[in-house]
Ligand binder design. Structure first.
Ligand SMILES: [Zn+2]
Length: 246
C-alpha cells in the first residue's frame, strides 16, 4: 500500500515536472512588451549636464565622440568615417528592435559619468551578463559587490558595483567604477539570475513577456579609491526616479 502511494506520488511529481517543461517550451507569450523605464535620458541630472555620444562606424577606427566635441560635424574626427548613435559592436550583437540610450554626464567640476540604458526587444537576447560582456570588451573585473542607493523620491535600489580595469601597458591602464541593475515592469533587481526567475514567472504564470532594461552607470576611479562610488550613487538617486515609469 505504502509502495503504491510512493509510486503514485512519484508519478505526480514527474507529471508536474513534464508539464512545467512543456509549458516553458510551448507558452507563446503575447509579448505585451511593456518597459519599466523610459529610454529618453534627461538633459540634466542634478548638477550634471547630459551630452549625446556618437560612434565611428569603421571597424578599424571605432572612435567615439561627444556631440560637443564634434561641433556639428557629421563625420569621425579621427578617420572621416560615418558616425552613428550606436557602436559597430552593438549593431552586430544586439537584435535590431533593441533600444539604446546613452549620454555622457558632466558637472561643473569636470566629473564625467557615462550612462547607458539597453532595452530588450521582443526577444530577450539584448541583455547579457555583465560578467561575460565586459571581459569580452577588454575589461578585467577586479572586484564586485552590491550597494543600496537611496533614491531622491524615497525608497532605495540595489545595484551591482564592479571595479574595472582596462588595458595593462604602463600609461594605458584605465580604472573605473561601474554600477548596473535590471528593470522590468514594476520590478528591479541587480541579480542576473533573479531577473531570469522573474521573467520565467511572468511567462509561465501570467503568460506575458515584458521588456527588460539594463542600466549601467560608470565613472573613472582613482587608484587608491576616491569619491567615485559616492558620485555614482548621487547620480543614480536622481536619474533612476526620472526615467522609471510610474
Ligand atoms: Zn573613425
Amino acid at each position: 500500500m505504502e509502495k503504491a502511494c510512493t509510486k503514485h506520488c512519484l508519478l505526480v511529481i514527474v507529471l508536474m515536472a513534464v508539464t512545467g517543461v512543456v509549458l516553458l517550451c510551448t507558452t507563446r507569450s503575447t509579448a505585451v512588451g511593456e518597459a519599466g523605464v523610459s529610454t529618453v535620458l534627461p538633459e540634466m541630472v542634478g548638477q550634471y549636464r547630459g551630452i549625446d555620444v556618437r560612434f565611428c562606424q569603421r571597424e578599424e577606427c571605432m572612435a567615439e565622440f561627444t556631440v560637443d566635441a564634434l561641433e556639428g560635424k557629421a563625420f569621425c574626427l579621427s578617420c572621416g568615417g560615418p558616425l552613428d548613435d550606436r557602436s559597430v559592436a552593438e549593431k552586430r550583437i544586439l537584435p535590431s528592435d533593441t533600444l539604446i540610450a546613452k549620454k555622457q554626464y558632466v558637472d561643473d567640476k569636470g566629473n564625467v559619468i557615462f550612462v547607458s540604458v539597453v532595452l530588450s526587444g521582443k526577444e530577450q537576447r539584448s541583455i547579457h551578463r555583465a560578467q561575460r560582456c565586459l571581459p569580452a570588451q577588454g575589461y578585467a573585473i577586479e572586484e564586485s559587490s552590491s550597494v543600496s542607493v537611496p533614491l531622491a523620491d524615497g525608497g532605495a535600489i540595489d545595484v551591482a558595483l564592479l571595479n574595472l580595469r582596462h588595458g595593462s601597458a604602463p600609461g594605458q591602464v584605465r580604472l573605473s567604477s561601474y554600477a548596473y541593475w535590471f528593470v522590468g515592469k514594476d520590478k528591479a533587481t541587480s541579480s542576473h539570475f533573479e531577473r531570469l526567475r522573474l521573467m520565467a514567472v511572468d511567462r509561465i504564470v501570467h503568460n506575458v513577456s515584458h521588456r527588460w532594461a539594463y542600466i549601467a552607470v560608470s565613472t573613472r576611479r582613482e587608484p587608491g579609491g576616491g569619491e567615485d562610488v559616492e558620485r555614482l550613487k548621487e547620480l543614480i538617486s536622481v536619474l533612476y526616479p526620472a526615467i522609471k515609469k510610474k
